[in-house]
Design a protein around this ligand. Structure first.
Ligand SMILES: Nc1ncnc2c1ncn2[C@@H]1O[C@H](COP(=O)(O)OP(=O)(O)OP(=O)(O)O)[C@@H](O)[C@H]1O
Ligand SMILES: [Zn+2]
Length: 749
């Protein structure tokens, strides 16, 4: 369609009502409107942002109803076809209106027309790089309120050169502070200070020589032509990151416009990796994208990717929706990680969309993991994905850790009671590490002090008034907190039911563990990393930095510490309580437990000193634990696949989950039953529609929840049914008062 001839713009709006809206292009804007452009349009009595998806010469909207486009955003180049196609695919596959996919995929500032004019000027702040020469300028421009950065800049000037470690640390610090300035609006006023941080030029130590398996992997990635999905299956510490960096270097060198997208599962993995990439590629513009960035920063980073300026884009799952006009390679680190699945709104899998994007563009995509998801493993087993294997740890003398079980039944027989969840052998092993000056990492995936408070005389338990869950005791804050709805209250002095003052904390969380360790090892330096200890921006980074610098003897933490981090001094990993995860009805529970344990075990002994992993358990015979003792991912995965195949479960079938919530469970169930009737009328015998059931946590924030699973051996048949079924659900009278949503390929059931 020629822009000059078009009189109608088809616009996507962020609204659940309908798909696209037609607007006429007023004469004043004739010839300027293109697909992919941001616009504002009148909608009801408001002016709202929209995205032009297509132009047309005519419309079915009657002339008296047809309204004019209001404004066109000319400070942001139009989104390209590939990006619009990604949005269309996601809308179709996940069954959401296109507008509810496209607009939320943009950073919040781009959805706010008031900020459009400003965005054009600000993208250069992206640089974040401080050349030594620019440090003096920066110092002069600094507001007096930034003493930390002032010191930093002084240090930069003082140092002739920095080694990689120092450079990386400095860069990470400076980066955090720069973000704070951006938020405060300081940077924007000071154009001179905007050409920031490049501590890297001073450093850039050469990369290590790759070992043979790494070479082979890099070679396979860089010699691939067209769409090439690959599984990089490397044991923990085998140097997968080095493979990514080398492949990246090659792709970037080959084509001066090429962009590489690298996804990581956790925000707290970005600073270290960003610093490492920055040190390795001193002159390559790098953008990061994750939800922890200040709005302005995020918008600028996003635009740098969109304009093709950023050559490397590092981000969490939301980065898969970034506009990347010259995308040439996608790397998905820890591809098995469930945080690649968005849990609200558009419930996409960033890993799956990565594969789709690679296919659409005809480029390689590397899915890396020590514990691949069974979906990926199955595709690799079938030859649909090419498998690249790293069998050995990368660093000289580093071998996989020895894994042992501590049998808690035996501990009880021997009458050696646990001390706040810690067994005697684990405490002894920690004592040895302390004596040798080595680090211990303790993994307990439960934050807070104790999961519940209880009355010894009447049996009262601290339930949440709004959820079917217990209030968790947070001792330092002196609060009881619901981890599901956010409800908070003071810790009662006596039992609310019977008045008894003898109320006790049951079970253990990370805070309680920390308290006990302080008592056990008063001389040790102990740090705790969980969502509570890292609530303030920058604290997680600072804590990890202390661990890496050897200023911590014992690190306690939740899954935040369990994956991805390349700890060089940890020789003991203790798994405090894996048993709570062992009795789930979810068919993926064993897979997730195995992956979590193998990942956390993989933090031990990465740099030459022998590592040991001790797992406290009452169920040592469990197949996940037995396979773990042998470091046998392959055997475990193949056995799981055989079970799944027999039971007709994913990856041998495809699922969608319809969930409904209502003030009363009956209301949610009634909706699902009605929806089921509709589905039965539409479905052939290739799609199986299960009965609605209450969810295992039935009430959250005073709403009761039920779910219904739909499955099929054929993805096409399932998709076909959903396409016809969803509009029917929208019309059901039982939907009154019900919030419902569909999730495709659910990971937790
Ligand atoms: N060829 C090499 N020679 C020496 N050291 C290397 C080599 N490749 C990587 N390393 C080092 O080995 C360590 C582990 O590498 P990396 O963190 O990339 O492992 P990984 O495979 O990503 O592990 P995980 O899955 O546990 O996160 C790092 O300290 C890295 O610098
Ligand atoms: Zn609650």
């Amino acid at each position: 369609m020629n822009a000059a001839g078009a009189v109608i713009a088809r616009v996507a709006l962020d609204t659940p009502a309908g798909e696209l809206f037609d607007y006429s292009i007023p004469a004043s804007l004739a010839g300027t409107v293109q697909p992919g452009q941001l616009v504002t349009v009148p909608f009801g009595r408001r002016l709202v942002p929209g995205l032009v998806t297509a132009l047309a010469e005519s419309t079915d909207v009657p002339a008296d109803k047809l309204r004019d486009l209001a404004t066109v955003c000319d400070s942001i180049p139009p989104l390209d076809r590939a990006w619009l196609a990604l949005g269309r695919f996601a809308a179709r596959y996940y069954h959401r209106p296109l507008g509810e996919v496209l607009l939320p995929a943009l950073p919040p500032m781009l959805r706010d027309p008031a900020s459009w004019p400003r965005l054009a000027q600000r993208s250069h702040v992206l640089a974040y790089r401080l050349q030594e020469g620019a440090a003096a300028d920066l110092l002069a421009a600094l507001p007096p309120r930034a003493p930390g950065v002032r010191r930093l800049a002084e240090a930069l000037i003082a140092h002739g050169s920095l080694d990689e470690r120092a450079a990386v640390a400095l860069y990470a610090q400076a980066r955090t502070r720069l973000e704070a300035w951006c938020t405060a609006g300081w940077l924007v006023r000071e154009q001179r200070a905007a050409a920031l941080l490049d501590v890297r030029a001073a450093s850039a130590t050469p990369p290590p020589a790759l070992h043979a398996e790494q070479c082979a992997a890099v070679e396979a990635i860089t010699s691939a032509t067209g769409f090439a999905p690959m599984l990089l299956h490397g044991v923990t510490g085998s140097g997968k990151t080095e493979v990514y960096l080398h492949a990246m270097a090659e792709v970037l060198a080959r084509d001066p416009a090429a962009q590489v997208l690298m996804l990581v599962p956790e925000i707290n993995l970005t600073p270290q990796l960003e610093a490492r990439i920055a040190a390795r590629f001193p002159h390559m513009p790098l953008a990061t994208l994750h939800s922890g960035l200040a709005e302005q920063v995020r918008a600028m980073q996003w635009l740098a990717a969109h304009r093709g300026e950023a050559r490397i884009v590092l981000g969490t799952r939301l980065a898969i929706l970034a506009s990347l006009p010259n995308l040439a390679l996608i790397l998905v680190d820890e591809e098995h990680d469930t945080s690649y699945k968005q849990q609200e709104g558009l419930r996409y899998s960033a890993r799956d969309l990565a594969v789709w994007r690679a296919k659409q563009r005809g480029i390689p995509v590397v899915l890396g993991s020590a514990t691949p998801s069974l979906e990926t493993w199955w595709r690799a087993r079938q030859g649909a994905y090419c498998t690249l294997t790293l069998r050995e740890r990368a660093q000289a003398d580093a071998v996989l850790p020895r894994i042992g079980l501590i049998d808690l039944n035996l501990e009880r027989q021997r009458q050696r009671p646990l001390q706040d969840g810690l067994s005697v052998p684990l405490i002894e092993a920690m004592r040895q590490r302390l004596a040798r000056g080595e680090q211990t990492l303790l993994f307990l995936n439960r934050r807070g002090y104790a999961p519940v408070l209880s009355c010894a005389s009447c049996g009262w338990l601290s339930g949440c008034p709004r959820c079917s869950a217990y209030l968790v005791l947070h001792k330092p804050e002196r609060r009881l907190r619901c981890h599901h709805c956010g409800w908070e209250e003071r810790i009662p002095h006596h039992c609310p039911d019977c008045g008894n003052v003898d109320i006790a904390a049951l079970g253990h969380g990370t805070q309680r563990l920390e308290e006990r360790l302080v008592a056990l090892f008063p001389e040790a330096r102990i740090a705790r990393i969980d969502a509570d200890s890292t609530r303030r921006k920058g604290t997680a980074e600072a804590l990890f930095e202390e661990v890496h610098a050897g200023q911590v003897d014992i690190l306690i933490g939740t899954q935040m510490i369990a994956k991805g981090h390349d700890f060089q001094r940890v020789t003991l990993v203790g798994v405090v309580n894996p048993d709570q995860a062992m009795f789930s009805h979810d068919f993926r529970a064993a897979e997730h437990l195995f992956a979590a344990l193998m990942q956390v075990a993989g933090r031990a002994g990465r740099a030459g000193l022998p590592g040991e992993v001790l797992i406290q358990t009452r169920y040592g015979e469990a197949s996940a634990l037995q396979a773990l003792l042998r470091h046998d991912y392959d055997g475990f995965a193949d056995a799981q696949l055989a079970e799944r195949q027999q039971a007709g479960l994913p990856p041998f079938s495809y699922q969608a989950l319809l969930t409904a919530e209502h003030r009363e469970l009956a209301g949610a169930q009634a909706f699902l039953r009605a929806a089921r009737e509709e589905a039965l009328a539409l479905a052939g015998d290739t799609v199986h529609i299960l009965d609605p059931v209450p969810m295992s946590m039935v009430r959250i924030a005073n709403r009761e929840r039920a779910q219904m699973l739909v499955e099929s051996d054929s993805r096409m048949a399932l998709q076909h049914l959903l396409a016809a079924w969803m509009p029917a659900c929208d019309r059901l009278p039982q939907r009154q008062g019900v919030r419902w949503q569909l999730e495709i390929d659910p990971l937790r059931i």
